[in-house]
Design a protein around this ligand. Sequence first.
Ligand code: FAD
Ligand code: NAP
Ligand code: NAG
Ligand code: NAG
Ligand code: NAG
Ligand code: NAG
Ligand code: NAG
Length: 552
Amino acid sequence: MPLQHNVFLLAFLVLNAISVASQSPFQIVFKSQPKTEPTGTFQFHHPIRRVAVVGAGPSGLQTTARLVEHNFTVRLFDRAPHPGGNWQYSEETPVRESYPDRRAGDYYAEIPAQIPTRRYYQEGDDGLTLDYRWREHWRPRPVWYNLFTNSPKVSTELPDVPYDPEVPWVLNHDTIQRHVRSYASHHCLNSNDYCPPKATPAAPPITSYSTRVERVEKDAETHTWVLTLRRLERLPESNRILEEWWTESFDAVFLAAGPWASTHVPDIAGIVDWSKAKVGEQYSVYHSQTYRHPERYAGKAVLIVGSSVSASEIARDISPYAHRIIASVRPPKELTVRRKLSLSRFPNATEIVPEIASFEPLKTHTDGIRGGKIHLVNGSVLQDIDEIILATGYRSSPLYPYNLTTRTPEDTLWSGHWAQDPTIAYSIGRTWTLGRYQAYGIAKVWAGKAQLPPLDRTEDGETKPPSMEWFGEDIFRRYITWLNEASLKYGGRFVDPPPIENLEALKYYSVVHFLTANVTALEDIGLSSISMLSQQFLVEDPWDALVDEDDD
Ligand SMILES: Cc1cc2nc3c(=O)[nH]c(=O)nc-3n(C[C@H](O)[C@H](O)[C@H](O)COP(=O)(O)OP(=O)(O)OC[C@H]3O[C@@H](n4cnc5c(N)ncnc54)[C@H](O)[C@@H]3O)c2cc1C
Ligand SMILES: NC(=O)c1ccc[n+]([C@@H]2O[C@H](COP(=O)([O-])OP(=O)(O)OC[C@H]3O[C@@H](n4cnc5c(N)ncnc54)[C@H](OP(=O)(O)O)[C@@H]3O)[C@@H](O)[C@H]2O)c1
Ligand SMILES: *[C@@H]1O[C@H](CO)[C@@H](O)[C@H](O)[C@H]1NC(C)=O
Ligand SMILES: *[C@@H]1O[C@H](CO)[C@@H](O)[C@H](O)[C@H]1NC(C)=O
Ligand SMILES: *[C@@H]1O[C@H](CO)[C@@H](O)[C@H](O)[C@H]1NC(C)=O
Ligand SMILES: *[C@@H]1O[C@H](CO)[C@@H](O)[C@H](O)[C@H]1NC(C)=O
Ligand SMILES: *[C@@H]1O[C@H](CO)[C@@H](O)[C@H](O)[C@H]1NC(C)=O
């Protein structure tokens, strides 16, 4: 197979952040029958003028910029107080995940009977602190202090605001955060920009931060989408929080709420009991979303559950401090190359153990978990553990349909439009690179300047979600060709493919990033193929490594 194939495979591995299985309630409520599958020229009920974008991460910001450029009246909502999406590091941590696991939608507030409405909260109202209300509303991000990208600069970059050439290939979260906010400012989408409206002075401001979209509902009479919105404002002078509820109607909605909206807590026997254990104010069992600093782990025995990126990267971060690091790894259902690479990133000192079968009930919850017993599926018992970090992944936003196992519903066109009603569109992923093209595609279709593409189907005629099988160059070519054909036919500017040098940079980055593997210990739990993979990487010339990898 050609070299290029490997390049694209690695590009996929490094770039593609695949959403985890989710059972979030479908908050998009229909009052009308869904339309039949659209292809080609789709007749919208009425011309699209008002558009809502949910999420001011890299995806939502780019799409907003393109929609504004196409003269739509746009409103951009984000629950966070600033743009940046996932890339807003804070010492604040999200409110504690629930034990047992709950569906993501359960976090959402009860919608008041009367809207619009407003209400002030004091410290301690309904037994909740103001701090808790605030954190529950915006959800501090699952980003830790020493987090660096697992994607190189060239593929973690937005257009218009290039990184300083001196910035290294490996970025820390802070560099990305400033980059994304620069992009937002460049397009007048930051939280404190002063941007007088140009064309229509009466137009509403584009951005509304600290605003959570609670519900997206189709009005059968007006054929518009009604968004139920909830904004919180901290009022430090009077030590209160102002909560406002209102609705707004839109002709179309772009959902870029990100795949990390809530956590996944594994359903292990006894976990609810263990989740109550504390040492002082510190819980002994917690999800990786609250992990921030490694120094705290000095001298501790830490059990990390999971074998993906969070698990191995947190293990690396704490390894200079921790006395003992154990990782509970279950044999992955599908041992993708991406997963093998994550496994290979565990530090040398990691003790790999099998999946946890159960936690033996604790005698007390005030003395941590050191005295407790953890039963593994192979019959062994673990003891003397100080803390357990559940690096067990995330679920997508409750705005997305029920039981979603992919980033987008099955019947999503590869452009991101929802086949049942293409006035809804989803961010299809790879937001730094493909997101740039998707932003054009969304604006063009809604402006009547591009035709909807057909649904992808399997050989059996089943519909397939976009992007998962169209990695690397394929999806780029497909998207760029579609956009430029539309521009030829309906007018509009032409788009270039990403520079070929980016792929080269990506190759080198990937090889260096993953070369330091020592995964001998994984053989003990029957994952010997991973060791073989790491051997493949141990070649002198990175280009050879990529050719070898073709056999996988
Ligand atoms: C720990 C971690 C590390 C990562 N490392 C990398 C990396 O190294 N390289 C890489 O390329 N990617 C990485 N990612 C993936 C990361 O998600 C992407 O880089 C990128 O942020 C995705 O952009 P997005 O715009 O699709 O979503 P996000 O950046 O997640 O933005 C979504 C936005 O939607 C908002 N939102 C959600 N629900 C609502 C609602 N109901 N109402 C209003 N607003 C809402 C959120 O507040 C958020 O700001 C990492 C992710 C995590 C969790
Ligand atoms: N830049 C960085 O360094 C960085 C750091 C962290 C995260 N990220 C990104 O963030 C995203 C999320 O990564 P993530 O690692 O947090 O989540 P993830 O990829 O969804 O991984 C969740 C892990 O938990 C495991 N798991 C779930 N239940 C388990 C159980 N009962 N017992 C044992 N293991 C269990 C899963 O195993 P199964 O596969 O068997 O289900 C999987 O290994 C990824 O896109 C990643 O690239 C990037
Ligand atoms: C948007 O409006 C401006 C001013 O009327 C016009 O010059 C421009 O061509 C319009 N853009 C698109 C994409 O229609
Ligand atoms: C793991 O061991 C190898 C071989 O001794 C070494 O090159 C590498 O630096 C070690 N990695 C870490 C994270 O200590
Ligand atoms: C269970 O797995 C661990 C880690 O691989 C190993 O040390 C232990 O001996 C195993 N126990 C049994 C009973 O096989
Ligand atoms: C989603 O999952 C829940 C719980 O497993 C189940 O009760 C429900 O029927 C599922 N819904 C759909 C649409 O499949
Ligand atoms: C790799 O790890 C294994 C088991 O942890 C260890 O015995 C071995 O010495 C390590 N190899 C290198 C090259 O460091």
